[in-house]
Ligand binder design. Structure first.
Ligand code: HEM
Length: 460
């Protein structure tokens, strides 16, 4: 039995400015240090605002599951509403609940089988473009692949030039978000920063307008065809509420933009960190290759192979423990409430960090060590549920969880079937906790072809 909260709440006596500067300089280190010093539940005051930090899985469960009716999403993600509009991630209240019900069927298990084939085909095509002995930067390669996949599964179209519009546009909007909402300057007011004619704001607006044109065209084409193309957009178009109303074009645009943004970088960075961890843990890499060769025997992977790719799945789980793509989440309390044994006023900000909990030695002995065997069913069952929450939890859990796990496992299996990947001696790997947890300087890796050239299977 795990101990319930080690320490009753403490108010951290740090000067707010010192705290903020430390946070913006090195948030991961500061959060770990504060957890070590002040325990499972503590709070501090910044101006009029009370910020509560929860570091214990039971407290996080209470926040996200038990008390979910008394909280709303925090300001972090809500500041993306200029790009995401009222898509799922930035929506709230009854309208959010209705939208979640409408979007959910697009992620049902039977739809995943079709998406899985698209994922494997895209990975095989990527495998074709690689050349033996060359050095690649995974931070270029993986987002390109996952964007192709998200575009294909959303629109069932080979978009060519249009994918480029999105591929160029998304990073610009993410950079604008990082600069305006996640910086010390944001304390001046993100809206003020956004209105100023900084080059990044102008570029972001233009990129957004170009992406909107592509999305509008896709919606239009799908509306004209009218039938189910097997893709996500078809499901969004077919969805109807209790009164038989579908989504407006504006709402469709917001949901599509949200799925593209939420579903592309997160998966890409999980894979990037996986390649890195396998390169520095050759024993694990050899085990993945053995499993993949045994299960697939040279053919292309399918959705039905997933239960047999168990070690590959553990590698992905362990990667998301060490490097959770979403490393922090925040919430606002809607009313006064008691949570984890403390009274929290309405309007307080509550912060939880996947990175901190996933590195807690009470749940993960020797927490910095990469050990996929932490994910055997027995060892997993010995930990509280919220000792691991890369996809969040409660009613707002990531809608793309199964999609993402399917994609990560199938891409890792397919690419490992044909390529052995080594870390370049020139690689310099450092964490950058931005919107997602990424390597600051990219990760250069060297490709070695395994066996004969890959062939695209599954009738494609
Ligand atoms: C490894 C990959 C992924 C990770 C780690 C991840 C993580 C998360 C987390 C932590 C949240 C909850 C945020 C919060 O509660 O504040 C979330 C929400 C969301 N994710 Fe993911 N995600 C991943 C992949 C995907 C994919 C592939 C899609 C879609 C194709 C997606 C779509 C969404 C959406 C729409 C939401 C908002 C859900 C809601 O509020 O109802 N995600 N994701």
């Amino acid at each position: 039995m795990q101990p319930v909260y080690t320490a009753p709440t403490q108010t951290v006596p740090l000067l707010p400015l010192r705290l903020l500067i430390a946070f913006f300089r090195d948030p991961l280190r500061m959060l770990l240090q504060l957890a070590h010093q002040y325990g499972d539940v503590f709070s501090f005051q910044v101006g009029k605002q009370r910020i509560i930090v929860l570091n214990h899985p039971d407290a996080i469960r209470e926040l996200l599951v038990v008390q979910h009716e008394h909280i709303r999403k925090g300001d972090g993600v809500m500041q993306r509403d200029n790009v995401l509009g009222r898509g799922l991630a930035t929506n709230d209240g009854p309208f959010y609940k209705k939208q979640r019900r409408l979007v959910q069927p697009a992620f049902h298990r039977q739809r995943l089988t079709g998406y899985a084939q698209t994922m494997v085909e895209a990975a095989l095509q990527q495998a074709w473009t690689w050349c033996d002995g060359t050095t690649i930067d995974m931070v270029q390669e993986m987002p390109h692949l996952t964007l192709e996949i998200v575009a294909k599964t959303l629109f069932n179209a080979d978009m060519g030039e249009e994918t480029r519009v999105i591929e160029e546009g998304l990073p610009v909007t993410l950079e604008e978000f990082r600069k305006n909402a996640l910086s010390l300057g944001a304390l001046l007011g993100k809206d003020l920063l956004r209105r100023l004619p900084f080059p990044i704001n102008i570029r972001s607006k233009r990129a957004c307008a170009r992406m909107d044109q592509v999305i509008a065209r896709m919606i239009d084409e799908h509306r004209q065809k009218g039938d189910d193309q097997g893709d996500l957009l078809s499901m969004l178009l077919l969805a109807q509420d209790e009164e038989g109303h579908g989504m407006s074009d504006r709402q469709l645009r917001d949901e599509v933009m949200t799925l593209m943004i939420a579903g592309h970088e997160t998966v890409a960075f999980t894979l990037i960190w996986t390649w890195y961890l396998l390169a520095v843990n050759p024993e694990a890499k050899a085990k993945v290759q053995l499993e993949v060769d045994r299960v697939l025997s040279g053919r292309a992977a399918t959705f039905d192979d997933l239960p047999h790719l168990d070690y590959t799945r553990r590698v992905i789980m362990e990667t998301m423990r060490l490097y959770p793509p979403v490393w922090i989440m925040d919430r606002r309390t809607l009313s006064d409430l008691t949570l984890a044994g403390i009274s929290i006023p309405a309007g307080a900000r509550v912060v939880v960090s996947q990175y901190v909990v996933h590195h807690d030695p009470r749940f993960y002995p020797d927490p910095d060590r990469f050990d996929p065997d932490r994910w055997t069913p027995e060892r997993q069952a010995s930990r509280p549920k919220f000792a691991y929450f890369p996809f969040g939890g409660g009613p707002r859990i990531c809608i793309g969880e199964s999609f993402a796990l399917t994609e990560c496992i199938l891409l890792l299996a397919t690419l490992s079937q044909h390529w052995q990947i080594e870390l370049s001696p020139k690689a310099c790997v450092e964490l950058q906790p931005s919107v997602t947890l990424r390597p600051k300087y990219g990760i250069e890796m060297i490709l070695h072809q395994r066996g004969k050239a890959p062939s695209v299977a599954n009738g494609s």
